[in-house]
Design a protein around this ligand. Structure first.
Ligand SMILES: [Zn+2]
Length: 167
């Protein structure tokens, strides 16, 4: 009986690009790699995380499938399996991370100061049903600003418009 391939072998199939170890095997349409172990397809960066931090592949599956955790890339390179670039986080970490990175790419410098809200973004905050934290992070404002907009102590004319439109 052939020995099943050891998870460590993911590191034999990557290439050093800058500081990233880019996966050289199959890449799925979403940009993440794919690798089979014991006839189950896994993401190579999950496997690399498991190997490096002492978890079994089954434990990784529990983390990501049952506990809803994500293995996130600090380098933003989906093909990267460098364990130094991988952290375990929650779904909202993942969303916040993505919006922070998206913003810093488009604006350079990112979320340093407090952003000036435009009427347009105040409007979108008002109609946004997501948790305060997610909205604050997306618009680069504090959570209390989001709350003030929602309870009408800021941009109150928008709140009135909103409630008028309900009639
Ligand atoms: Zn990387």
């Amino acid at each position: 009986m052939p020995a099943s391939r050891a998870p460590e072998t993911v590191f034999d199939r990557c290439l050093l690009v800058g500081e990233c170890l880019e996966w050289q095997g199959a890449i799925r349409s979403d940009g993440y790699g794919s690798v089979g172990f014991n006839s189950i397809h896994r993401k190579p960066h999950h496997v690399a995380f498991a190997v490096s931090y002492g978890f079994s592949l089954d434990e990784m599956r529990v983390f990501t499938k049952e506990l809803g955790l994500y293995v996130m890339h600090t380098c933003d390179n989906r093909r990267c399996i460098n364990p130094c670039h991988l952290i375990l986080g929650t779904a909202s970490d993942n969303a916040a991370d993505r919006s922070i990175k998206g913003r810093s790419r488009s604006r350079q410098g990112g979320c340093s100061g407090r952003a000036k809200l435009t009427e347009e973004s105040a409007r979108s905050i008002l109609s946004d049903q997501r948790p305060t934290r997610d909205i604050a992070s997306e618009h680069c404002v504090s959570m209390s600003t989001v709350q003030r907009i929602r309870n009408g102590s800021q941009w109150s004319h928008l709140v009135k418009e909103e409630s008028n439109s309900n009639y």
